[in-house]
Design a binder for this molecule. Structure first.
Ligand SMILES: C[S@@+](CC[C@H](N)C(=O)[O-])C[C@H]1O[C@@H](n2cnc3c(N)ncnc32)[C@H](O)[C@@H]1O
Length: 285
């Protein structure tokens, strides 16, 4: 079977993330509390400060764009760009409830950014770049639109073995259907997990002072049931695999996933490890 074209991949991504937008809104408070530290890390790595003009790539429901807008303040502004209009609608509702008037969310593809050269003071991006069919093209776009002596900061998932939070359901599904071995060059959750891969692309595009660090933590749930339903509500790529199972297989897989997650109980919570690669780089002055 021929590999899908970049256009087809982008269209599938748009549909996938629009489909889970209501799930993201439903679990927003929980994931905000659990993963806000990543937003703070990105804001720090991008050296955000008052008055800056910032672009956030693949903002989804507003992370880390909303924190960026609070950080740059009323004299600065943030643009969040994403393929999925329904994710952005949720982001806009949050901006309104936070009374942020210095943030705009716009629909678009990160690989062809609709902005002038050297027009931003910083770029942030969380859990987006690995879903692009042409990552080097997006990196070239990032280099094009950043002003001299500015920073880009990105978060992407590290290797599956270090991410039981994501690996448990994938393993649970694999027990029932044969999944093709992952193509290391195909877009997906772990596409940029390899140490140094995104860093090398940034270097190739002319960035300096590139750092690539694995950031370890966990996501904490009161109950394994919450873990299962939240992940199935928000993780579009895992939902797609889940759809390959029959209802009977789904019932059995769910039981196994919940049982495996239960092994991570630590006191009153189930703490599922995550490992995120934090990559930052400077556009030379
Ligand atoms: C896992 S979500 C992350 C959203 C948000 N940054 C966060 O961390 O909560 C991935 C987002 O990337 C967006 N995305 C995927 N491919 C994209 C592309 N080519 N251009 C713009 N956005 C894209 C999806 O629509 C989705 O909202």
């Amino acid at each position: 079977m021929a590999s899908p074209s970049p256009e087809q991949i982008i269209e599938t991504q748009r549909q996938d993330w629009n489909r889970v937008a209501s799930g993201w809104e439903k679990w927003d408070r929980f994931f905000d509390e659990q993963m806000a530290f990543l937003n703070h890390r990105l804001v720090a790595d991008a050296r955000l400060r008052s008055g800056m003009r910032v672009l956030d790539l693949g903002s989804g429901t507003g992370y880390p764009a909303l924190l960026a807008a609070q950080t740059v303040g009323p004299s600065g502004n943030v643009t969040g760009i994403d393929l999925a209009e329904q994710m952005l609608e949720a982001a806009r509702r949050k901006a309104t409830s936070l009374k942020l008037s210095n943030i705009t969310f716009t629909t678009g593809d990160v690989t062809t950014l609709p902005f002038e050269a050297a027009s931003f003071d910083a770029i942030t991006t969380r859990f987006c770049l690995m879903f692009l069919p042409e990552i080097p093209k997006a990196v070239a776009e990032i280099a094009r639109i950043l002003k001299p002596d500015t920073w880009v900061a990105a978060a992407v998932w590290s290797a599956p073995d270090k991410n039981p939070y994501l690996k448990i359901p994938i393993d649970g599904i694999k027990q029932f259907v044969e999944l093709p071995p992952p193509d290391p060059t195909a877009p997906g959750i772990f596409r940029l997990a390899k140490p140094g891969e995104l860093a090398a692309m940034l270097q190739h595009a002319g960035f300096t002072d590139v750092s690539d660090q694995e950031f370890l933590s966990d996501v904490r749930f009161q109950a394994a049931d919450d873990y299962f339903s939240s992940l199935m509500d928000i993780a579009a790529p895992i939902q797609n695999l889940w759809a390959k199972l029959t209802p009977t297989q789904q019932a059995e897989a769910k039981q196994r996933i919940i049982q495996t997650a239960g092994q991570y109980r630590n006191g009153s919570v189930i703490a599922l490890p995550i490992a995120v690669r934090m990559i930052a780089a400077r556009m030379p002055g």
